[in-house]
Design a binder for this molecule. Structure first.
Ligand SMILES: Nc1ncnc2c1ncn2[C@@H]1O[C@H](COP(=O)(O)OP(=O)(O)OP(=O)(O)O)[C@@H](O)[C@H]1O
Length: 274
């Protein structure tokens, strides 16, 4: 474990005693339906500023659905209905009058499979900024974004090269750099390391640590060790007998892993099912 991670462990223990929380996102009674299928049942969950919140649970319990609701990506899927409040900086963004594209600019997303554009490394970063009418120095923005995503040193001499020629781990860091470039406040990550080898995964985990200084992060992961290593808070989801996904337990990661309140959490984290 790196010293950075050890430091974070200590921080996490100290945070246990902190009463006042600064929530950037609060989900209130979130329900999501795919057609007639009620996929997510009444979820209440907060994302604290500059913290990493991990969403864990067995396959199909609604983790990705909850994550996609936060920046209104679900509504891009046909016949999807999202009910409840999604408070972002205190405003309910789950309303037709709120511009979903503007929401996605402030709440960025990184997907399971790296999905760079078939363009140069430079263009991958500059694209979003250009669309948003960025007026600053583009070279500087590209460099800073790549630095923040811990990729600059590997690509600084080949910015004109196609992003498709990078390794999977480099592509994922490029996608993170692309997300950072438009300066979101929140970054949603849907199993961002599951397609990567252990070394590339380690780099992404280190990066998530560094990013939380500037961003609030929610990450879906199947890897409980990863959730334990990188997150400050963990939310554990399960499906009911009627297949609805719901939140079983949420808390400080150390507490949830070492001292779960719900028997089902304990069984899941001890590998009895999942
Ligand atoms: N586009 C969709 N249309 C219909 N049903 C969907 C759609 N996306 C997800 N579902 C269903 O909603 C439920 C929750 O899916 P979701 O992908 O959110 O779960 P998950 O916990 O992220 O799963 P996994 O860990 O396997 O990725 C599942 O029963 C899934 O089949």
């Amino acid at each position: 474990m790196s010293s950075l991670m050890e430091e974070n462990m200590e921080m996490k223990i100290m945070e246990n005693s902190t009463a006042e929380k600064d929530y950037v996102v609060s989900l209130k009674d979130l329900n999501v339906y795919y057609g007639d299928f009620h996929a997510v049942d009444n979820v209440n969950l907060n994302l604290e500023k500059n913290k990493v919140t991990a969403l864990i649970g067995p396959s199909g319990c609604g983790k990705s659905t909850v994550l996609r609701s936060i920046n209104r990506m679900n509504e891009l899927l046909p016949e999807t209905k999202v009910e409840g409040e999604i408070l972002f900086d205190g405003i309910n963004i789950n309303q037709a009058k709120v511009d979903a594209v503007a929401v996605r600019r402030r709440i960025g997303m990184v997907f399971q499979k790296p999905n760079p554009f078939p363009k140069s490394i430079y263009e991958n970063i500059a694209w979003g900024a250009k669309i948003n009418g960025y007026k600053g120095d583009m070279d500087e923005l590209v460099e800073n974004s790549l630095k923040k995503a811990a990729l600059w040193n590997e690509v600084k001499d080949k910015l004109k090269q196609s992003a498709m020629r990078l390794s999977g781990g480099q592509q994922q860091r490029l996608c993170i750099a692309r997300t950072i470039a438009v300066e979101p406040e929140v970054i949603l990550m849907d199993e961002p390391a599951s397609a990567l080898d252990p070394i590339a995964t380690g780099r992404i985990e280190e990066l998530i640590f560094e990013l939380k200084e500037n961003f609030t992060i929610a990450i879906v992961t199947h890897n409980m060790h990863q959730a334990g290593r990188i997150s400050d808070y963990t939310a554990f989801f399960l499906v009911n007998n009627d297949r609805k996904g719901h939140l079983v337990e949420y808390g400080v990661t150390n507490d949830l892993f070492l001292n779960p309140k719900d028997k089902r959490t304990e069984e899941y984290i001890s590998g009895k099912f999942g």
